[in-house]
Design a binder for this molecule. Structure first.
Ligand SMILES: Cc1cc2nc3c(=O)[nH]c(=O)nc-3n(C[C@H](O)[C@H](O)[C@H](O)COP(=O)(O)OP(=O)(O)OC[C@H]3O[C@@H](n4cnc5c(N)ncnc54)[C@H](O)[C@@H]3O)c2cc1C
Length: 378
């Protein structure tokens, strides 16, 4: 069974690692990605706040070496979900099984003014540019603006508000600044009320203004105001950190796999409406948040399912919707939200208060992935 895996992010890396781990020499996997390195989403916050530089957060695919897995660095130009075949800059590839794990693309140009007068921080390049501006910032009105939904890592804008607060305090310019967060969710972490309560209390303590249930539609670059989509309200800024709109990658949109923007899958089996074609992670509309932990969990289930199917086993694993997210509170303290999304049920989560121990736990979580996927524990 040849498995063709499109995209080597959280989903693609875990899926191929697991297949290789279980099948050993029988593995026949081709993994395709256009990049030469994987970067954790949260590492962009590390870059923006000067904890690590852009080179240090790259995990090179040259170090991704697994029995039976061929990594090909190339751009996918078209996907044929009927033939389970793709065209790439390196030629055609096909599989008996096709897995789409191409994530969500960013569309900063989709918010007029964001590229000219604001700073998106969801890409490494954007986070690096924002770092330089934050380092020179002498105080003023900071606005963290989400420009569309859904977006990756729903807690990330709240983390950004808490981290910029800590950063401005450390630089002695917090008193000369205001911090405002604009986001589409009604509370910071809807599936975990205790987590939302703790984040809102932290905003209150730190004087962070929280404007929920709205997005920024555009920036008026002449007047430096962010305009709210829902009611046209204007929010003046001196520094605007933006979460851009997200889109399904163009190649997926053109393939016919996406419906209403994202790829629908059976939430238990992860199969799309095309037999033998599966999708995991941010590219889907499965109902879990767009976060690496969920992409990874889906990939793990799918790998075990594909192995069981290939072996003709009757008892096939199904996806359980659980993920553990870490939440930065600033000052080296991290909280944990353990949350489960099941179809037709209200998601439920357990919150663990921020602590230095959990900050260590987050580091261990990341380094264990680097070790598992790339064979070193950087
Ligand atoms: C600031 C920030 C903080 C975050 N914090 C967290 C966190 O703390 N915890 C968490 O779990 N998640 C976090 N996330 C979210 C997380 O990064 C994503 O949800 C996760 O990467 C999704 O995994 P994926 O496998 O679906 O897609 P991705 O990891 O995005 O991988 C998709 C891959 O497809 C490739 N690709 C796309 N199009 C093509 C093409 N045409 N040809 C070839 N290759 C292509 C891309 O190069 C990419 O490598 C954060 C994200 C951001 C931006």
């Amino acid at each position: 069974m040849r498995v063709l895996v499109l995209g080597a992010g959280f989903g693609g890396l875990e899926l191929t690692t697991r297949l290789s781990e279980v099948l050993g020499d029988e593995t026949d996997v081709v993994l395709i990605d256009q990049s030469d390195a994987f970067v954790f989403g949260f590492a962009k916050l590390d870059v923006m706040f000067g904890k690590r530089d852009a080179a240090a957060v790259r995990n090179r695919y040259a170090d991704f070496v697994k029995p039976g897995v061929q990594f090909v660095q190339t751009t996918i130009r078209s996907i044929d979900p009927v033939a389970k075949k793709v065209e790439t800059d390196a030629g055609p590839f096909e599989g008996d099984v096709l897995v789409v794990a191409l994530g969500a693309d960013l569309d900063p140009a989709g918010t007029p003014g964001l590229l000219e007068d604001g700073h998106e921080f969801y890409s490494v390049a954007g986070a690096t540019a924002a770092r330089d501006v934050i380092d020179r910032f002498e105080g003023g009105r900071v606005v963290i603006a989400v420009c569309g939904a859904p977006y990756k890592c729903p807690p990330a804008p709240s983390e950004t508000a808490l981290l910029i607060h800590a950063h401005l305090v450390a630089r002695g310019v917090r008193e000369a600044s205001t911090v405002t967060l604009v986001m589409p969710l009604p509370v910071p972490i809807p599936p975990a009320p205790d987590a939302s309560k703790a984040v809102l209390a932290a905003f209150e303590e730190r004087g962070i203004e929280f404007l929920p249930s709205r997005v920024v539609s555009h920036l008026d670059v002449e007047r430096h105001v962010a305009v709210v989509a829902e009611d046209g309200a204007e929010i003046p800024y001196d520094l605007l950190l933006g979460v851009p709109k997200h889109l399904v990658p163009e190649v997926v949109a053109a393939s016919g796999l996406a419906v209403d923007g994202w790829v629908p899958v059976d939430p238990a089996t992860l199969e799309t409406s095309f037999p033998g074609v599966y999708a995991v992670g941010d590219v889907t509309s499965i109902g879990t948040p767009k976060a690496g932990v969920f992409a990874e969990g889906q990939a793990l289930t799918l790998a075990d399912r594909l192995v069981a199917l290939a072996r003709g086993e009757g008892d096939l694993p199904t996806y359980g919707g659980r993920g553990i997210c870490y939440l930065e509170f600033g000052d080296q303290r991290v909280a944990e939200v353990d949350v489960t999304f099941l179809p037709g049920q209200t998601p439920f989560g357990i919150f663990r208060e921020p602590s230095a121990e959990q900050a260590e736990g987050k580091k261990r979580w990341a380094s264990s992935r680097v070790e598992r996927w790339f064979g070193s524990s950087r």
